[in-house]
Design a protein around this ligand. Structure first.
Ligand code: GLT
Ligand code: MN
Ligand code: MN
Length: 389
């Protein structure tokens, strides 16, 4: 392993066109920097050592583009990808910017809007396939409500399910072979977004016609906005075999959606997340769904992008160090108490195991007295992160 923390394509770092292309607009202020052309983004990301670039349909092709304009933009993008050796692992649809989607896309109460959302997504899936994407993300930014007087809560779930079932079959009928990754978020831009957490997505996936085609695209900032522990959410998704993609960034809890540079805010959670991803053998893209601060110019945008990747690599190296540190490993070993005989009783139910367990006497007071050593273990972790181990 090299320790220069220089990103390389083998690290599988990706950015969305919309991330480094973010122009710094917010609800109170106009753009603070110009956008970049897609070929320019491809060139810069390749120079920085990224592996790929992801996109919404309208990041590349304006919603009102003519067929000729579309073909020209796609061709220029493809040329840049091949010139600079970048791939497009993931594609998605913009179902949130245009006013037509102001009250939802797949969950709009207007059947015409729902049909248009399906049509737009099929065109976008065609584009993604043309560019080589194998993962298709659904982030339902407008799928939600401000007022539940709409009375559509149960209908919305059914409409969303019908849409995903339809699109999964479309992918198969076209031979696209997409895997779909559903992205939860609790709120913003809607007051309440449907499927606010990873757990709710996992529950919903089980109700689809072909659940094996669907997984989750969790985002660090989205769980953090809700005050949740992102590493815990990702662990549950991995346990379910559903980590199809991941959006890395950072966020202060309880704030508006900040999409900060990865590791900018919650370094410890970022460390445990990177350790979890690396230890679990996750081999998908590490996608940064973040953007440079609104204060920044173009140099700041590329400093942001480089920073996301470097921080990941540094944390990956710290995770390796954690796994190799004898004192930390000793503290971890001391934390766990194994008992082969008891484990053989609790691993699987049988009437005999149940009876043996009921007959057993436990010294509850003694068990309750044990100090597990977590203060020591956590301080060792902090010192490792601070670079003094
Ligand atoms: C938008 C959102 C992200 C989603 C993107 C995919 S678009 O930037 O904030 O969380 O992942 O649609
Ligand atoms: Mn995201
Ligand atoms: Mn976000």
């Amino acid at each position: 392993m090299t320790s220069d923390f220089q990103p390389r394509p083998a690290d599988r770092f990706t950015f969305g066109l919309w991330t480094v292309g973010n122009v710094g607009r917010d609800p109170f202020g106009e753009a603070t920097r110009p956008g970049f052309s897609a070929p320019h983004i491809v060139q810069k990301l390749a120079e920085l050592g990224a592996y790929g670039v992801n996109l919404h349909d309208n990041d590349l092709v304006p919603i009102d583009a003519s067929a000729g304009e579309r073909d020209r933009l796609v061709a220029e993008f493809q040329q840049a990808l091949s010139d600079h050796g970048l791939v497009v692992p993931m594609a998605t649809t913009n179902l949130f910017s245009d006013p037509v989607f102001k009250d939802g896309a797949f969950t709009s109460a207007d059947a015409r809007v729902r049909a248009y959302a399906l049509q737009k997504t099929m065109h976008s899936m065609d584009l993604g396939h043309e560019l080589g994407a194998q993962t298709y993300v659904f982030w339902g930014g407008r799928e939600g409500t401000e007022v539940d007087a709409s009375g559509k809560l149960l209908d919305a779930l059914a409409w969303f399910r019908d849409s995903l079932n339809f699109l999964a079959e479309y992918s198969q009928s076209q031979g696209y072979g997409y895997r779909f990754a559903l992205e939860p978020k609790p709120n913003e831009p809607r007051g309440d977004i449907f499927f606010p957490t990873a757990g709710s997505m996992l529950g919903f996936i089980a109700t689809l016609d072909q659940p094996e085609l669907f997984g989750v695209n969790p985002e660090f900032a989205h769980d953090t906005m809700a005050g949740l522990n992102f590493a815990h959410a990702v662990a549950q998704i991995i346990d379910a075999g559903k980590l199809f993609h991941i959006d890395l960034n950072d966020q202060k809890p309880g704030r508006f959606d900040q999409d900060l540079r990865f590791g900018a805010e919650n370094l410890k959670t970022a460390f445990f997340l990177v350790k979890l991803l690396e230890d679990s053998g996750y081999d998908g893209p590490r996608h940064f769904d973040a953007h440079a601060l609104r204060t920044e110019d173009e140099a700041g945008v590329w400093a942001f992008a480089r920073g996301c990747m470097r921080t990941y690599l540094i944390l990956r190296d710290r995770a390796r160090q954690f796994n190799e540190d004898p004192e930390i490993q000793a503290a971890l070993a001391a934390y766990r108490v194994e008992d082969a005989e008891l484990s053989s009783l609790t691993r699987q139910f049988s009437p005999e195991n149940a009876q043996a367990l009921k007959n057993r006497t436990f010294d509850r007071a003694l068990l309750g007295q044990r100090g597990p050593g977590l203060e020591h273990l956590d301080q060792l972790t902090v010192e490792l992160l601070l670079g003094v181990r």
